[in-house]
Design a protein around this ligand. Structure first.
Ligand SMILES: [Zn+2]
Length: 87
């Protein structure tokens, strides 16, 4: 029998595998942490990617920028439609 393997990669800061999945984060709501496999270390509190064992900082930045860009496209598109309707 194989030993039970941890569900998550070790914490990049302290090396612990004792981590919990993030349900909700300020930067990604409920969807962001699910996409990035984001977990929080139960020992030191560091948030990281449970698949790669690395910090999710770059992923968070990309996610936030993409969200803002998408919002601009959606709202920009709606604003343009509004202008066309008024003409
Ligand atoms: Zn840790």
């Amino acid at each position: 029998m194989n030993p039970i393997q941890s569900q998550y990669a070790p914490c990049p800061k302290c090396g612990s595998v004792n981590a919990s999945k993030s349900g909700y984060t300020w930067w990604g709501g409920f969807v962001g942490p699910a996409i990035l496999s984001h977990v929080n270390c139960n020992v030191c509190g560091t948030g990281y990617n449970s698949k790669t064992g690395k910090s999710n900082t770059n992923g968070i930045i990309i996610y936030v920028v993409a969200s803002i860009a998408l919002a601009c496209v959606i709202f920009g598109g709606c604003a343009m439609l509004g202008i066309f309707q008024n003409q």
